[in-house]
Design a protein around this ligand. Structure first.
Ligand code: PRP
Length: 177
């Protein structure tokens, strides 16, 4: 795909305001509790770092996973596996998964099932961009930054062929036809 232009969808200030709102909600919910916050690499790194630095209330432990998926879309032919698992034990812990985007849902369906099987005290999902209309398997976020109706977006951790992750805002990719 040749890119014609990037059109801003969510600006830097808008994102930071939304992250602060989510952080306040999360802080209140887990006030005084120990909380393992899990960043799903690579895309979530920017949302994760902005979010956890604003948490006040929970005692935060940070950890990271990296997942790989094989086979595109076509129902149930998609396989997800760990490239890197968390290093902390999740048993008996409150766990918050932080993800940049949920699209078909295969990635989060896999991760949430894996974590649920580890005897967690609670398990919730925070996602920056939720593309509900694209879901092939049901996944519901507990905390959502923005509900995106459509379009391919980059920036704020999200890439196109590994580019644009560093941008502080989120842009829709407009292809050249
Ligand atoms: C993206 C994104 C989610 C997943 C969402 O990751 O970060 O993890 O795809 O898609 P799904 O809902 O259809 O499963 P990607 O595999 O591009 O890796 P990255 O985070 O390293 O960019």
């Amino acid at each position: 795909m040749r890119i014609k232009e990037l059109q801003q969808v969510y600006g830097e200030e808008q994102i930071q305001t939304r992250v602060a709102e989510l952080a306040a909600e999360i802080s209140a919910l887990y006030d005084g509790e120990e909380l393992v916050v899990v960043c799903v690499l690579k895309g979530a790194f920017m949302f994760f770092s902005d979010l956890i630095r604003r948490l006040e209330g929970p005692q935060v432990e940070a950890d990271f996973v990296r997942l790989a998926s094989y086979g595109r879309s076509a129902s149930s032919s998609r396989t997800v596996s760990f490239v890197k698992d968390v290093e902390l034990s999740l048993a008996g812990k409150h766990v918050l998964v932080v993800e940049d985007i949920v699209d078909t849902g295969y990635t989060m369906d896999f991760l949430l099932r894996q974590f649920a099987a580890r005897g967690v005290k609670s398990l919730r999902l925070a996602v920056m961009v939720d593309k509900q209309a694209r879901r092939e398997v049901p996944v519901n976020a507990d905390f959502t930054g923005f509900a995106l109706p459509g379009g391919f977006v980059v920036g704020y951790g999200l890439d196109y062929a590994e580019r644009y992750r560093e941008l502080p805002a989120i842009f829709e990719v407009i292809p050249e036809y």
